[in-house]
Design a protein around this ligand. Sequence first.
Ligand code: AMP
Length: 251
Amino acid sequence: MKALICVKRVIDYNVKIRVKTDKSGVETENVKMSMNPFDEIAVEEAVRMKEKGEIQEIVILSIGTDKSQETIRSGLAMGGDRGILVKTDNEQLEPLTVGKIIKAIYDNEKPDLVILGKQAIDDDCNQTGQIVATLLDVPQATFASELKKNNDNSYNVTREVDGGLETIKLNTPCVITTDLRLNEPRYASLPNIMKAKQKKIDILEIRSLNIDIKNRLEILEINEPPERKPGIKVEDVDSLVEKLKNEANVL
Ligand code: AMP
């Protein structure tokens, strides 16, 4: 069995985002970039599956500029076997375009599992996994918090839903998107980081895939969130209750 893991290069979640002065986007120059955290969870899950002998190969796919090779290397250092970079100049591809590219790679690679993050923390779209499953016409399990392989190569996927935990069964090939509680990703060890430098990354020009990459949305402007008012200290519980009753907007 083979897994295709989709990883996006995003601004590191610890960085305080700065909006460009012309409001056209956010600053990415000289900003620490990392693998989207939900995608790290996807890589970790695939590595655990490989360690258990459930899958034999992990292919790490990223769509982005040359710099996305670093993101692929991080996935290879965690335990991925080889990488594919679909190279584009536009870092702001919409989920439909990303979905079509993933489909093109899927058609070539024929993986049994496609695992993505439930959402990219930069655009917060939460669309790509669903689009990929639709384009591929295969079953999907979104927001997975537990995966269990059955003897017939199907998967039981537990999802956190409003009423509790829902478990569904999917036949492979299928698409799975990861939720936060699926696992805790490992840190790559130094020897594995060194080994990852020797692993192969195939680079494909996006033009070679013949996909319409035109954006369908126009970002009108991006604004900083309003600044939070400073908090206040109260003397005792009575004054806290009094403030909550009468001045709830001060807190
Ligand atoms: P989104 O729908 O944009 O919130 O992204 C959901 C997931 O799709 C991410 O967690 C990634 O697994 C995958 N994805 C989105 N954009 C890319 C990209 N440029 N390269 C690789 N995977 C991506």
